[in-house]
Design a protein around this ligand. Sequence first.
Ligand code: ATP
Ligand code: MG
Length: 361
Amino acid sequence: MISPFPYDRLPTSSEFFGRVTELEKLATIAQNSNNLLIHSKRRMGKSSLIKTFFEKNSDTYLCIYVDIFDVVSKEDFAKQLLKALSNAGKFDLKTAIKNLTSLFKRVRVEPTIDQNTFEYSIKPIVATLTFEEMMEDFFNSLHELSKTNKIILAIDEFQQIANITDVKLDAMMRKHIQERENISYVFLGSKRHLLTSLFEYKSPLYELATHYELKPLELEAICEYAKKYLDISLPMCEYIYQISDGETKMIQQILHLLYIQKEKTISKEQIDIVTKEIINSKDSSYKLLFDTLGNNQKTALKIVGKYKSGVFASAILTEHNIKKQTLQSSIDTLLKKELIDKEDERYFIPDRTFELWVEGL
Ligand SMILES: Nc1ncnc2c1ncn2[C@@H]1O[C@H](COP(=O)(O)OP(=O)(O)OP(=O)(O)O)[C@@H](O)[C@H]1O
Ligand SMILES: [Mg+2]
């Protein structure tokens, strides 16, 4: 059933709510061709925000969106850039191909059809090209286009470029970013520490973008939207917000389940039931994940889930029969695996559903 609360797909423009300040912020950045780094915990709404901004502004800007989540090589990265550029703008297929053919020096393009959606898109043909040739063609074309268009290039899951180590992609990007006019770069990503290391002092991208942390949606905005479709009070919205710890995806999933139940007035009991349903539905995959951990890591995860801060207190160590050093090194491993994260001396599990599951162990 289609519900107005998307949690596993991006919202359409009529399903998108809140984020007024953020949309204004993006508008200012784009108007001045400045650059922005948007980061947040996972599932807060970064991709939804940029996609919505692009939809609203596609008449004013040439909006190019690249998702590099599954990029594993520098060639992949270049290919994704070229593919995104080829499919940007509101042209019919024929015009787009004609434009691109005169724009690219080496890259050729051809139409392709998506096997799932049956939608047409444009595919760059790059098999014979080197990474350097692809990048040159991309940035030359971008430069050419920027003479007549204001451009926004958004690179989502940007932290992935840190995994590509055979070329200095950040240094390369820096060169192009500095030479540009009429182009805004918007970098988006989670994995806070990775992103910070890409933009930290002395790294090539340092000071090239304003940093912006996307916070949880405002409770009032959520409740105002939810009330259009559900008989729900502000305290009940607040309760959902607390359970989800502000994670947009979980809030939406709870609202979705309440919506399809078609009960009348939303109660605390109902919210508890659907929350359990969400956690249970993930039980087997979380069990599998948990079983990949060693015993000390399992203990560390349980401790983090239960106490969040002050985890090295001797009472806790005794209760769980673990040495301080062992706990420390297990926590470090969990941090590296990104199963846990740390903020202001407080540990947390970034996937809120998983956190609740661990709390219930
Ligand atoms: N402003 C919004 N209005 C309505 N739904 C939203 C909004 N922001 C996020 N969502 C919903 O929350 C879910 C997570 O959002 P999204 O994928 O944009 O987050 P993200 O920060 O990009 O996550 P990730 O770190 O996993 O890439 C989506 O299913 C989306 O539909
Ligand atoms: Mg995203």
